[in-house]
Design a protein around this ligand. Structure first.
Ligand code: OSB
Ligand code: MG
Length: 368
């Protein structure tokens, strides 16, 4: 397929909830969107880098410059046999995986649409719906935590993940576990702890957590392996895994027993599938993480989650939790913790062009 033109759009969306994590508080989302045009169809993707390098090192400002000056010029006007060939064309570039993923993911959508096949099917997935949980931000107190968990358990979400940080960990977990003895419960620290906190983290062993997500540094595997030796609860790696090679090293070291796969963090769908396969070869389940995506990123996540070793519920909860109005026309809503795969070719959603145009803070068109 030939990539004839590209559009980069930046949209600001107000979040319906206040999302507090160990990084701080978030109340809106800046969404970079990429559309690739070619063969009479277009492919869509969403960048998951943030304005500031808090989660990982990439930023929206940096990504937009890279797309404009390096990555898009490398693919515009070119013809590729398949998305893997496009991935190889970007292969010489180091790091910046979220920015590269924008190009790669839009190419998968474009290619799937030219073939008239759902993206999940093209990736080798078979599910028609995927199990999802919810990621809940830090609440003001234990009563508010139990209350918000109750609301989401009642909606049928298959797993509750609580954000934690030093000084707010055992308290919410104990309160929630006492109120809901049977739920699948996890915590996510977003790298807020060090090995010196291993006693505090070991106290969480008493609450039957499915895993503790990314307790230690964003670029660490070695300390996670030491921590895993001190805990019964499995560790789940998020920030630390940017590739299938990282996944292999992390699982071989014993740095964790579960991997949160975020397609953009690892550079796109082809690498996400390799992470999925590596984890399967270790007998480790993966699940699909989220970055508060709009409907474009959410649809990509759902399609990726149709692969078989996405064996634990992901973070791709209903779009209506996040947005009053989404950037796509289709509703992406879970019922009883099951998210239907949007049918139709590619990622199965279409841009609400009028809404996006009205909200665009930047819009650029590029050609070869
Ligand atoms: O660590 O999984 C994370 C959101 C932004 C950055 C990092 C993370 C998250 C989430 C939210 O946990 C998941 C979602 O609802 O999309
Ligand atoms: Mg995480």
């Amino acid at each position: 397929f030939k990539i004839e033109a590209a559009e980069v759009t930046l949209v600001r969306l107000p979040l319906k909830f206040r999302f507090e994590t160990s990084f701080g508080v978030q109340t809106e989302k800046l969404v970079p969107l990429l559309t690739l045009h070619g063969e009479g169809v277009s492919g869509l993707s969403e960048g998951t880098m943030e304005p500031a390098p808090m989660y990982r090192e990439e930023t929206i400002t940096g990504a937009l410059a890279l797309l404009r000056e390096v990555f898009l010029p490398r693919v515009l006007g070119q013809t590729f046999a398949n998305p893997q060939a496009l991935e190889a064309a970007l292969g010489p570039f180091r790091g910046n995986r979220m920015a590269r993923a924008m190009v790669e993911m839009a190419a998968w959508d474009l290619w799937a649409r030219t073939l008239g096949v759902p993206l999940g099917t093209l990736l080798g997935g078979t599910k028609t719906e995927v199990e999802v949980g919810v990621s809940l931000g830090i609440q003001p107190d234990e009563a508010a935590t139990v209350e918000i968990v109750r609301r989401h358990v009642e909606q049928g979400y298959r797993r509750i993940k609580l954000k934690v940080k030093p000084g707010w960990d055992v308290q919410p977990v104990r309160a929630v576990r006492e109120a809901f003895p049977g739920i699948r419960l996890t915590v996510d620290a977003n790298s807020a702890y060090t090995l010196a906190d291993s006693g505090r983290l070991a106290a969480l062993d008493a609450y039957d957590l499915t895993y503790i997500e990314q307790p230690l540094a964003w670029d660490d595997l070695v300390d996670h392996a030491e921590l895993q030796r001190r805990l019964r609860t499995p560790l789940c790696l998020d920030e630390s895994v940017t590739s299938a090679a990282d996944a292999r090293k992390g699982l071989a070291l014993g740095a964790g027993r579960v991997i949160n796969v975020k397609v953009a963090r690892v550079g796109g769908h082809a690498e996400a599938r390799r992470v999925h396969d590596v984890a399967a070869s270790f007998g480790a389940p993966v699940w699909c993480g989220g970055m508060l995506e709009s409907g474009v990123g959410r649809a990509h996540n759902i399609h990726l989650s149709t692969l078989p070793n996405f064996a634990l519920p992901g973070d791709t909860s209903s779009a209506s939790r996040y947005w009053e109005t989404d950037v796509v026309n289709e509703a992406l809503e879970a019922t009883d913790g099951r998210m239907p795969v949007p049918p139709g070719p590619g990622i199965g959603v279409t841009l609400n062009r009028e809404f996006v145009a009205g909200r665009a803070e930047l819009h650029e068109e590029l050609r070869a």
